[in-house]
Design a protein around this ligand. Structure first.
Ligand code: SF4
Length: 266
């Protein structure tokens, strides 16, 4: 029985990525009481923020901006200045998951998750909070990647612009980036590349070898810029993919099998 004093809330988190955007479009008329939110880390790309704004216009509703109240630098200090890694992903917990759980509070909530029917390996972030129930409309209705691209195209929204040089949404310094994406960051947003580089230089000055990419520093990567670009082109030679936008559509580069970061990238 529904508690009229505490009615069930319907929540959909936009990550700035294509799947959550397509899910919002898909459900717009099916769940009119939907509350949309975006957990802003304060380190988002301008393209991501513009895409979220575009979605707000399309949906005709406010997209609530969640933030952790403190920025990345604060949590970095709290974590002993250690940059987050895939194994120690304190950034997702502090900047995405906790703000989400605070937003939910103790209300009974249905959380709409944008995992597709062709992503059998993924389960997504399931909160341990007993008042949150996750549902998977794309899985339930059998929608796969081609359907998601079609939904975005038919709505007129299209794919986010950053897909031209980057395969995911998320922080500009995200350690999940491929090397070609770091080069894309350098070429499209040199000021952000420089900020990411400054984190590495801080560690270097402290006598530590701590880098965003596990295998090399951003300086080393930059020195190999042409090589990295040539390798990316060679890998895609003769294939449909010419840039990351095509790679995303053709399912070559996007998935990392990491369910905890769906909240950042989906
Ligand atoms: S986008 Fe990357 S760096 Fe940002 S919170 Fe998610 S995992 Fe961490």
């Amino acid at each position: 029985m529904t508690d009229t004093n505490n009615p069930v809330r319907h929540l959909l988190g936009l990550s700035g990525g294509k799947d959550s955007a397509a899910l919002a479009i898909y459900l717009r008329d099916k769940v009119p009481e939907m509350e949309y939110f975006f957990a802003d880390t304060g380190a988002e790309l301008p393209e991501t923020l513009a895409f979220v704004d575009l979605m707000a216009d399309y949906l005709g509703k406010k997209i609530i901006r969640l933030n952790a109240g403190r920025d990345f630098d604060y949590y970095l200090k709290l974590n002993g200045n250690f940059l987050p890694t895939a194994r120690s992903r304190w950034c997702t917990v502090s900047l995405k998951l906790k703000p989400f759980e605070q937003f939910v509070g103790d209300d009974p909530v249905i959380s709409y998750v944008a995992i597709r029917a062709d992503e059998t390996h993924r389960t997504g972030y399931i909160s341990t909070k007993p008042n949150i129930t996750a549902v998977y409309p794309f899985k339930e209705d059998g929608l796969i990647k081609e359907d998601i691209v079609r939904i975005l195209e038919e709505s007129g929204i299209g794919l986010p612009k950053y897909y031209e040089w980057r395969s995911r949404s998320g922080c500009y310094f995200c350690f999940y980036q491929q090397k070609i994406e770091w080069i894309g960051l350098y070429e499209n947003h040199p000021e952000y590349f420089e900020k990411a580089r400054a984190f590495e230089l801080f560690h270097k000055n402290e006598g530590r070898d701590h880098t965003w990419s596990q295998s090399e520093s951003l300086d080393e990567m930059l020195a190999r810029k042409d090589d990295i670009k040539a390798k990316f082109q060679a890998m895609n030679k003769g294939e449909k993919s010419k840039n990351l936008m095509d790679a995303v559509i053709n399912d070559e580069d996007e998935d990392d099998g990491d369910e905890g970061c769906l909240i950042c990238f989906k």
